[in-house]
Design a protein around this ligand. Sequence first.
Ligand code: COA
Length: 558
Amino acid sequence: MRILFITHSFNGLTQRLYCELMRLGHEISIEFDIADAVTEEAVRLFRPELIIAPFLKRAIPESIWSQHCCLIVHPGPVGDRGPSALDWAIQDGAAEWGVSVLQAEAEMDAGPVWASATFPMRRARKASIYRHEVTEAAVQAVISAVNRKKEPNFKSARVPGQAHQVMKQADRTIDWQRDSSASVLARLNAADGFPGVADSLFGQPCHLFDAWPEATLRGEPGSLIGRRETAICRATVDGAVWIGHVKPAGGIKLPATLAFPAAADLPELPLADVWKSPTPTWQDIAYEEAGGVGFLTFEFYNGAMRTAQCRRLTDAFRWATARPTRVIVLRGGSDFWSNGIHLNTIEAADSPADESWANINAIDDLAEAILRCETQLTVAAVGGNAGAGGCFLARAADFVWVRDGVMLNPHYKNMGNLYGSEFWTYLLPPRVGDEGAKAIMRHRLPMTAPESVQLGFYDACLPGPGFAIDVARRAAEIAAAADFPDKLAAKVAKRHADEAVKPLSAYRAEELAEMRRNFYGFDPSYHVARYHFVSRSAHSWTPRHLARHRDLDWKVPA
Ligand code: COA
């Protein structure tokens, strides 16, 4: 079927639907929702048999829904209508939620239901529920709806419903003198990653994001108890919570202490060490051990790895290599494994070029430490999405196991034609061939977990449910295997042989020479693209690699 996506952006959910429907043989083109006239033009050019709106922020124009079947992906169960659907569900503590696929009509989300799916709610951030449960349910419901489009006898059902209002900041306000930690966390979770909860810190207005529970620290309700790395701990009436990120008025989202230099005066509340804390608290890097396997988790907000985080993670990794284990599993974070260098802290630096340089060197140091590890076999367990340098950082491990459902974007070009580093020129060609590597880099499109394994880029795709348990079991098997010493020796020998042919330092120097041009050269594309990315600038056109109907050789179907 020829299907046109009308969407606000090519976000993770849209990427996943795009890949799943392409895999089923459908022909997909994408138009960003910029202006009614532009959308109408896209429909004229592509002549879709079906229009799907995976992620829209406003209604489809009547000129389109009255002429074509338009299906809206609504992040709420059957009968739920209106904006801020997930926000209300999280803040009100709904036990079960869902996704419905509705036909567009005049009244928002009130059209007939074509398909739906439900899931039990998890206590988590909105963006996390969206990336996991909502995305899985949407894939299921959209595929059913698309199949039903071909069923001549299918009749979509009209269902009565209640429309809720857009959630305003007044609905999100935290009363630090009265609200419990659970209520504060629910409010912050319901607003993460957008729009955050409007509040103030150090007497300045800001929006709060990235909340973590705290089990033991206490203070005067509303007072700032202290800081750890870049997070700030704030007391509630019955405990405390950590605030990891803030967006100061008029600024961009940043780690909390970087946004407010006054935070330097707060007492530092360090953790004893890298071992996972037994009680809930803010801990971005955590280590655990079981059955000869060390597990290193790095829960970096949005998968962005700033210079200091890369250095701390490299230290933690080196420390882990000195433990009496046979395998180290790099677990990343729950939503993202890694999205590469931290574009927001780069943007906020006095010299973004210098900070880009420091950050890419710090992430390369980490990749090099993983590549040069001679004491353990290493596994990257990619349970969350990964983008750009994060995809290649994972490949530095001896094995990469990826969760089915993860979306990968193993290319850099969307960020102002960045060349990229993280040893991709060493790691990618042997897996996919020179032409394959060029195609991946040029392609600029997302890749599903099964595709990454089919291409030979990653090693295994494991089922979504039970991924963590499966990873632990497989890693323990490698550690316990009789041939472990042979496998380790073979890896070390291979690395030495590769080094003799061309040292890692040469790959790194070549990649960084290109990156230096991106950061300091005449062409400002990277700086411009980064500015728009971190400012979340609205799109003013759809990139040609997505809008196939705008290809020069596109022929309007008869
Ligand atoms: N640095 C800082 N923030 C980043 C980031 C990075 N490298 N990568 C993603 N983010 C943030 C986004 O700004 C967004 O922030 P929000 O919480 O304010 O919404 C959040 O992570 C989610 O990203 P989003 O783009 O909405 O997710 P997606 O699933 O639609 O797309 C990617 C995923 C990886 C394709 C996209 O985030 C991306 O292109 N990231 C940049 C990758 C990159 O170029 N890294 C630098 C080169 S190594």
